[in-house]
Every structure is written in structure tokens, then in C-alpha cells.
Design a protein around this ligand. Structure first.
Ligand SMILES: [Zn+2]
Ligand SMILES: [Zn+2]
Length: 132
């Protein structure tokens, strides 16, 4: 995989942990994991998380207050993210739908407000949970 942006050591450590996780990670479990690798200050972790979000390597799932790695290479230039969240098994998936992102990039408030970024979350049941 081509690394477009060089990450600092802390950013790389945090990113690796999030990539390897099978589910969205809360900040405290990221903290717990990095402490094993010798990063002690929570401040450093939060700074690394902020930067990773800013460059589109990870996303924050606001409703779960958790972080996931980006699976969509277009995101690095896009400010519009959308996730589907299963309310039963908590599986989170990044929605990559060009129609949706095109619509969102042109979406403007009728009162004249322009939006810089979007973070959509769709809730429902995933395929596996539906047939249970
Ligand atoms: Zn993404
Ligand atoms: Zn599910």
C-alpha cells in the first residue's frame, strides 16, 4: 500500500491499532493499547487521533464515540463520510456511494449556510442480523 502522507511515530502506532481492530475502537481502548508500546500521555494520543482524522486515515463514529480506519481511498480528499451501523451487532461499515457523496458535496442549506464536512450515520440491521 502506498503511504501518501508520512505519519509520525505516534500517529503510526495509533493508526496500526485502529487498522487491526475488528470493530470501532473507543479512545480508552486505544490508550490502553498504546501504553503497552510506551506512549504514556493521553494528550499525545488525542493529538495523533485528531491528525489522523484530519488527513482522512481514520474516521470518528460520533454516536459511538469510537474510531475506525478508513477503507475508502477517496476519503483522503473528501470531507463527506457516511457509515452504516448495525444496532444489533454494532458492526460499522463505511458507506461508499458516489451518488451520495456527489449529492452531499453539492448540498447546501436553504438559508445560505455552506457546509465544510458531513458525517452521516445510518442505523439498521446488517445482513447477518436480519436473518436471525
Ligand atoms: Zn473513509
Ligand atoms: Zn448486525
Amino acid at each position: 500500500m502506498v503511504q501518501l502522507q508520512t505519519l509520525s511515530k505516534n500517529q503510526q502506532v495509533v493508526f496500526d491499532i485502529i487498522v487491526k481492530a475488528k470493530e470501532p475502537l473507543k479512545a480508552y481502548s486505544i490508550l490502553y493499547n498504546v501504553q503497552k508500546k510506551g506512549i504514556k500521555a493521553p494528550q499525545q494520543i488525542y493529538r495523533a487521533l485528531d491528525k489522523l482524522i484530519e488527513i482522512g486515515k481514520i474516521h470518528k463514529i460520533e454516536s459511538r464515540n469510537a474510531f475506525v480506519a478508513c477503507k475508502n481511498s477517496n476519503c483522503e480528499i473528501s470531507k463527506a463520510t457516511a457509515f452504516s451501523i448495525c444496532e444489533s451487532c454494532e458492526e460499522v461499515d463505511e458507506v461508499s456511494d458516489t451518488k451520495l457523496s456527489k449529492f452531499l458535496s453539492k448540498f447546501n442549506d436553504k438559508k445560505g449556510m455552506t457546509f465544510k464536512r458531513f458525517n452521516l450515520e445510518f442505523f439498521g440491521l446488517c445482513k447477518r442480523c436480519k436473518i436471525k
